[in-house]
Design a protein. Structure first.
Length: 451
């Protein structure tokens, strides 16, 4: 009996530790969003790989004050629940908001009983009616029964024949769960001369990316329909295969439709080995349509070589651009990070204006790399230089525990306003107050290390 009790205790301990570990991993990944705001689907994908054990932490994150964290949590839950790629929820005009909002809602007893009845009767039409009802939980339950009946191909054919993008999404779920039974149908639809038929197949492939779809998708990039070309570009980005690099660059440079160029710019940031995409994305910053430039900024934040940083720096300093565009460029520089990013941010730190209000928090995201700049700025700031101190304080507060070495040094400043910056931020980090006694602060931090 004693051995059994010990075994149960060990199992409970291991289970709790495992759950805590998954929670910590999810929290760490969500924390990256503050430093890496662009192509958040890459962070979401890492979370989804943790599996169902990540869901409790994601449900907690639905209450996070950060909008990006809430969105990733919602989409992560949906991807894990539906067992599909989270990247599909980030495509332009996907129309899948309801799926992500309600994926964590459980199946009602009434719906469960109805689905059970339809399963017993083998009623595919009835099950598809439930799928189309607009209730994501019921739809998933009905699709699972369709699979258990082995009728995935029949169901997918009917869903793909619809004109509703949500039905195409459900066909994609069937493709993800039963690729051997559904893929032949999807590839046949992809070769259709009818635009709606092709769009259904493309949406299914966006939901369930497949490596063997790369070549037919590349062929679809030259379709006469701009909507087909756009969806093909998005699907190629979601698959992430580098074979799509040159065809997507060609669309980015030459397509006459700005939505296709924007889709190609977005997709290039998701490909494996994207360093060769830097030059065409930099050129796209000057596209006559701002949506294309915006997508190029997003992907350059992921591609992240020196040339990209310099181009983004020039965009951030361009007074002819609107404030939103310059702010996005600044955040992209911060996402790339490193000494080269710091060099681009240095001259922007001193600039006034709304466009540059994001610089302090972006500097904070660079962590220790930015400490020398902030130290120098504070050393030159006199008692009246409120703006510089405020900027530095914001950057250091964003930095978290990495700011501690400088905060301790600030306590020794001869200027009271600078000392106050150090004390205030140490209070926020620790919940303690040892005023300006550096020795006591250091002792407390040794005994209570910050995470």
């Amino acid at each position: 009996m004693k051995k059994l009790a010990v075994a149960v205790t060990i199992i409970l301990f291991v289970s709790t530790s495992f759950a805590d570990d998954k929670k910590a991993q999810v929290q760490k990944l969500l924390g990256r969003l503050r430093r890496e705001p662009f192509h958040a689907e890459l962070v979401c994908e890492e979370i989804v790989r943790l599996g169902e054990d990540a869901i409790p932490a994601l449900e907690s994150a639905l209450k996070d004050e950060d909008i990006a964290a809430r969105q990733v949590a919602r989409r992560g839950i949906a991807a894990i629940t539906w067992k599909i790629s989270p990247r599909c929820f980030y495509t332009i005009g996907s129309g899948l908001g309801e799926i992500t909002h309600f994926s964590r809602i459980r199946l009602t007893d009434t719906d469960r009983a109805e689905i059970k009845r339809l399963e017993k009767a083998g009623d595919l039409d009835g099950l598809l009616k439930v799928v189309r009802s607009g209730d994501p939980a019921a739809a998933l339950g009905a699709l699972e029964v369709v699979e258990s009946l082995g009728r995935e191909a029949q169901a997918a054919k009917r869903l793909l024949a619809s004109v509703r993008s949500q039905d195409w999404f459900f066909a994609g779920v069937l493709l993800a769960h039963s690729p051997k039974k559904v893929s032949e149908l999807v590839f046949k639809q992809l070769r259709s001369h009818t635009e709606g038929t092709r769009l259904g197949a493309l949406t299914a492939l966006i939901v369930a990316p497949a490596a063997n779809a790369v070549n037919p998708l590349i062929e679809s990039l030259t379709n006469k329909s701009s909507t087909v070309r756009l969806k093909a570009a998005e699907a190629l980005g979601i698959i992430g295969d580098k074979r799509a690099l040159r065809p997507l660059i060609k669309r980015l440079k030459e397509d006459t439709d700005y939505t296709v160029r924007a889709g190609a710019a977005w997709a290039l940031g998701l490909l494996k080995g994207t360093d060769k995409a830097a030059a065409p994305l930099i050129a796209a910053l000057k596209d006559k349509n701002t949506r294309v430039g915006s997508r190029a900024v997003e992907s350059l934040a992921v591609v992240g070589d020196k040339a990209a940083i310099e181009a983004l720096g020039a965009l951030a300093r361009d007074s002819g651009q609107d404030g939103t565009t310059r702010s996005r460029a600044i955040r992209a520089i911060g996402q790339i990070g490193g000494e080269d990013a710091l060099e681009q941010l240095k001259p922007l730190f001193a600039e006034p204006g709304e466009a540059y209000s994001t610089v302090p928090s972006v500097l904070g995201s660079l962590g220790r790399t930015a400490l020398p700049l902030l130290r120098e700025a504070l050393s030159k700031a006199d008692e009246e230089d409120y703006k510089t101190r405020t900027k530095c304080q914001l950057a250091l507060s964003t930095m978290g525990s990495q700011a501690v070495p400088l905060l301790l040094d600030l306590l020794d400043s001869t200027r009271s306003a600078v000392r106050l910056v150090g004390r205030t931020l140490l209070q926020r980090l620790t919940g303690q107050d040892f005023e300006y006694n550096r020795g006591k602060w250091e002792k407390h931090l040794r005994e209570n290390p910050l995470k």
